[in-house]
Design a protein around this ligand. Structure first.
Ligand SMILES: NC(=O)c1ccc[n+]([C@@H]2O[C@H](COP(=O)([O-])OP(=O)(O)OC[C@H]3O[C@@H](n4cnc5c(N)ncnc54)[C@H](OP(=O)(O)O)[C@@H]3O)[C@@H](O)[C@H]2O)c1
Length: 399
């Protein structure tokens, strides 16, 4: 039997880390979703159904009832024809998370993120869709500092990575599209995502997890059995103890996206889906020390550490190129639009305190930091490329 659903959302990127949670939350709110999956469809479909079940929703019934329609397509060239009937809105969540181009300025991340955004707006125009919700990133602010507003960042900021620039270019394209009367654009800007705040579940093991894994390696290398549980490793940590790292649990971000998506009265704004009380570097340091059994780290000016590391420091800071600039550049995000919706709907931010950070670490460590678990892994080629080019790129892009 085919149920009648009030609204249909075309969604990209539902097979990704955030997309899995957003799809679950949209379906739980009764939304009909047409999810665009890359080929091979059968393989992506099976993985999607498995992950959704792991995060608490058996969607086979939704597929049978027609609440969830799975179609093949990809960006930028292969969005599907609307064989499912009317589309009320597009939730564009797909992106390439490549930090830098591989020397090809037409390649990723630009191809998926910028050409993909053009393709989404063209598809909307072709099929009479006037409501686009796009997932961006809080770091379209680039090197801008101070309080980052929930507005478009113009003039163009200086960026740390091609990824940030590609997401900024996409925002501007969507903004231009929305200037025609009758069109509505909503932009979601999450900061760094970590696992589910209640369970720890994640399928993405970059950033926070990648760093934690390196701390674990450091411990293994310097641990002397017989010297007690806590290993003394004196090393400098670039940055200040009271600087913050803006990480946000994936379930909070997905819930906000879904709640706003199903309520047109909240569309048409930019939302910073960031942590209103981000953990300090010092809290992270204490959690890592406690979890892995270490002491001896101390904060030092970044320019005294990066590039002039001891062997122990090298393990963390030479290989941890991917997040080093974010350790030393920590803007604050205005969240007025987001707070208004949270207050209206009675949503609280799940504070990342010691217990929650240890729970996230524990969940990921038990899955061997995403290795051998079928989680979404970083492409090793991408890592090698990023490592090689990272220092040059950061230097070049510094303000
Ligand atoms: N993760 C974070 O910390 C973070 C922070 C801020 C903002 N965001 C934003 O949040 C969104 C989701 O990110 P995520 O972390 O969930 O990324 P992810 O796990 O890498 O997922 C990316 C999704 O996009 C799809 N995709 C990639 N290239 C595509 C293409 N050319 N055509 C069609 N689909 C394509 C992927 O499909 P396949 O499954 O087929 O690969 C997947 O569904 C992105 O817009 C990202 O910029 C993420």
């Amino acid at each position: 039997m085919k149920a009648n659903y009030p609204s249909t959302t075309l969604m990209t990127g539902s097979t990704g880390f955030l997309g899995n949670f957003v799809l679950r939350d949209l379906l739980n709110r009764g939304r009909r979703v047409v999810a665009v999956l890359r080929a091979p469809l059968a393989e992506r479909r099976e993985r999607l159904l498995k992950v959704l079940e792991e995060i608490g929703l058996d969607v086979r019934g939704c597929v049978i009832s027609g609440q969830l329609v799975l179609v093949e397509g990809s960006l930028p060239d292969n969005l599907p024809a609307p064989t499912w009937g009317r589309t009320d809105g597009i939730l564009h969540n797909a992106a390439s998370l490549e930090l830098f181009t591989n020397g090809d300025p037409q390649g990723d991340p630009y191809r998926t993120n910028v050409e993909g955004a053009k393709a989404v707006t063209a598809w909307a125009d072709r099929h009479g869709v006037s409501d686009i919700l796009a997932v961006s990133t809080a770091y379209t602010c680039g090197w801008n500092s101070g309080v980052i507003p929930e507005t478009f960042h113009e003039p163009q900021p200086r960026f740390q990575t091609d990824y940030e620039k590609s997401k900024w270019l996409a925002e501007i394209l969507f903004h231009q599209w929305s200037q025609q009367p009758g069109r509505t654009l909503t932009i979601f800007r999450p900061s760094f995502l970590v696992g589910d705040s209640q369970t720890g579940y994640t399928t993405q093991f970059a950033g926070f997890y990648q760093f934690a894994r390196l701390v674990g390696v450091l411990k293994q290398q310097y641990h002397e059995p017989g010297n007690g549980r806590s290993t003394y490793i004196p090393l400098r940590i670039p940055g200040k103890g009271d600087d913050v790292q803006n990480v946000a649990p994936v379930d909070f971000v997905s819930r906000m996206i879904a709640e706003i998506a199903v309520r047109p009265e909240y569309h048409g704004r930019i939302y910073h889906l960031t942590n209103p009380q981000p953990p300090t570097n010092d809290l992270f340091k204490r959690c890592y020390e406690e979890y892995f059994g270490l002491h001896g780290g101390f904060f030092a000016p970044a320019d005294e550490v990066v590039g002039q590391c001891t062997p122990a420091e090298s393990l963390l800071w030479d290989q941890y190129h991917l997040l080093t600039p974010r350790v030393v550049h920590t803007p604050r995000f205005d969240t007025s639009n987001t707070q208004r919706v949270m207050q209206k709907l009675g949503i609280a931010f799940p504070v990342l305190d010691r217990d929650r950070i240890l729970m996230l670490l524990d969940w990921a460590a038990a899955r061997n930091w995403g290795r051998n678990t079928g989680g979404r892994k970083l492409d090793p080629a991408r890592l090698v490329h990023s490592r090689r080019s990272r220092s040059e790129e950061i230097e070049k892009n510094k303000p």
